[in-house]
Ligand binder design. Structure first.
Ligand code: ZN
Ligand code: ZN
Length: 120
């Protein structure tokens, strides 16, 4: 699988029973449907989010992101404080987090925090 933001390869990283894909270049994380919620509940799981956080602010400027699994245009989700931007696939419900974003969301319930953000 290739990173939906920078087209670099993604490697599989595992935390307990959950496998996620992490970009070798920008450190972005790809979660299949609800894997992020499962992982969010596990103590210490932010360890997988080891990419450089400064990459995230750079990549947030990017306009359109397409799902690496099915090619659908992903929907941008934003947290209540508008600090964290997560791309969500409307087809397979996978989610892409920039480096550092999963850690920022840790200890909060993603479904509560994230809401749909209209794309201009
Ligand atoms: Zn990447
Ligand atoms: Zn998808």
């Amino acid at each position: 699988m290739e990173c939906p933001k920078c087209d670099a390869l993604m490697e599989v990283v595992r935390f307990e029973e959950i496998e996620v894909d992490r970009c070798v270049r920008c450190g972005g994380l790809w979660f299949d449907r609800l894997e992020d919620e499962d992982l969010n509940r596990l103590t210490g799981s932010e360890a997988i989010d080891s990419g450089p956080a400064w990459m995230a602010s750079m990549h947030d400027a990017q306009e359109k992101v397409f799902c690496p699994v099915d090619g659908a245009l992903m929907v941008r989700m934003v947290d209540a404080a508008q600090q964290i931007w997560v791309e969500s696939c409307p087809v397979c419900h996978g989610r892409f987090f920039d480096a550092g974003e999963f850690t920022d969301l840790k200890d909060r319930t993603l479904s509560e925090v994230l809401r749909r953000h209209p794309r201009d």
